[in-house]
Design a protein around this ligand. Structure first.
Ligand SMILES: [Zn+2]
Ligand SMILES: [Zn+2]
Length: 209
C-alpha cells in the first residue's frame, strides 16, 4: 500500500523524490506527470487525495508512459482500486473527475513545451535533461491545455464490489462488471467475441513438431 502523504503539503522536490522512488528513475515524465496531477486535482477541488478525499475522484489516463506513474504516485489512484481508468490512446492527457460534484477536466500536455524548454535552458544539449529542469519551472499554461469535460459513468465503472457477474457461453469464463458482450443473444467474453489481444497456441500441434 502506498504511504499516506499529502502531495499539496510537501515541497515539490520531496514529491519528486517519492515519484522517483516508485518509478525507478527521475525523468522529465515524473516532473510533468507530478505537475499535471497537482493541477488536475486542484481543478476538481481535491485537496487530500490520500486522505479525506481518496474516494471522491477518478483519474482517466490515456497513455502508458513515464508520466502515468507520477500521476498514480501523486493522486494515489490505481487500477486495482478502480480509481484509475486506462484508455490506451497514446495521448499525453489525463481527465480528473470529482465524483461528488460531477466536475471533470481533461488536462493535455502541450507538445510545444519541448520547444519552449529550449528557451529556458539553451545551454543544455540533452533534451531529456533540459526538459526535466524546464518542466519544474515553466508556468502551467506553457505545459498544459485544460478542457472542461463531462464524463458519463456506468454503475459498473465505480469502485467497490463487482455489480455484475456473468459467465461466457462459449468458454465458460466469468466476466465481471458488465464487460461482456451480447452477440446474437449469446453472452460472450470479449476474447470469444473476437476482441482478443492474443492468439491461442495449439500445444498439441507444437509438441508434434
Ligand atoms: Zn521515466
Ligand atoms: Zn469466452
Amino acid at each position: 500500500m502506498m504511504k499516506h502523504f499529502n502531495p499539496f503539503e510537501i515541497p515539490f522536490e520531496e514529491l519528486l523524490g517519492i515519484c522517483k522512488e516508485r518509478h525507478g528513475h527521475l525523468c522529465a515524465g515524473q516532473v510533468l506527470g507530478a505537475r499535471l496531477a497537482l493541477l488536475g486535482l486542484e481543478l476538481i477541488g481535491i485537496r487530500d487525495p490520500y486522505g479525506a478525499d481518496r474516494k471522491k475522484f477518478l483519474v482517466f489516463v490515456e497513455i502508458d508512459r513515464c508520466a502515468t506513474d507520477a500521476i498514480q504516485t501523486v493522486t494515489g489512484a490505481s487500477l486495482g482500486k478502480r480509481t484509475m481508468k486506462f484508455y490506451d490512446f497514446g495521448i499525453m492527457a489525463v481527465t480528473f473527475l470529482n465524483l461528488e460534484t460531477g466536475k471533470a477536466y481533461r488536462v493535455i500536455a502541450k507538445e510545444s513545451a519541448k520547444e519552449r524548454a529550449k528557451e529556458y535552458f539553451p545551454e543544455i544539449e540533452n533534451p531529456a535533461q533540459r526538459e526535466l529542469l524546464a518542466y519544474k519551472i515553466m508556468p502551467e499554461e506553457e505545459l498544459f491545455e485544460i478542457r472542461e469535460v463531462k464524463v458519463t459513468l456506468k454503475e459498473t465503472d465505480l469502485p467497490g464490489k463487482p455489480r455484475e457477474k456473468v459467465t461466457c457461453e462459449k468458454c465458460g469464463i466469468v466476466v465481471r462488471d458488465g464487460r461482456h458482450l451480447i452477440i446474437e443473444g449469446k453472452i460472450l467474453c470479449k476474447i470469444c467475441a473476437g476482441q482478443s489481444y492474443f492468439e491461442e497456441v495449439d500445444l498439441w500441434e507444437r509438441l508434434k513438431k
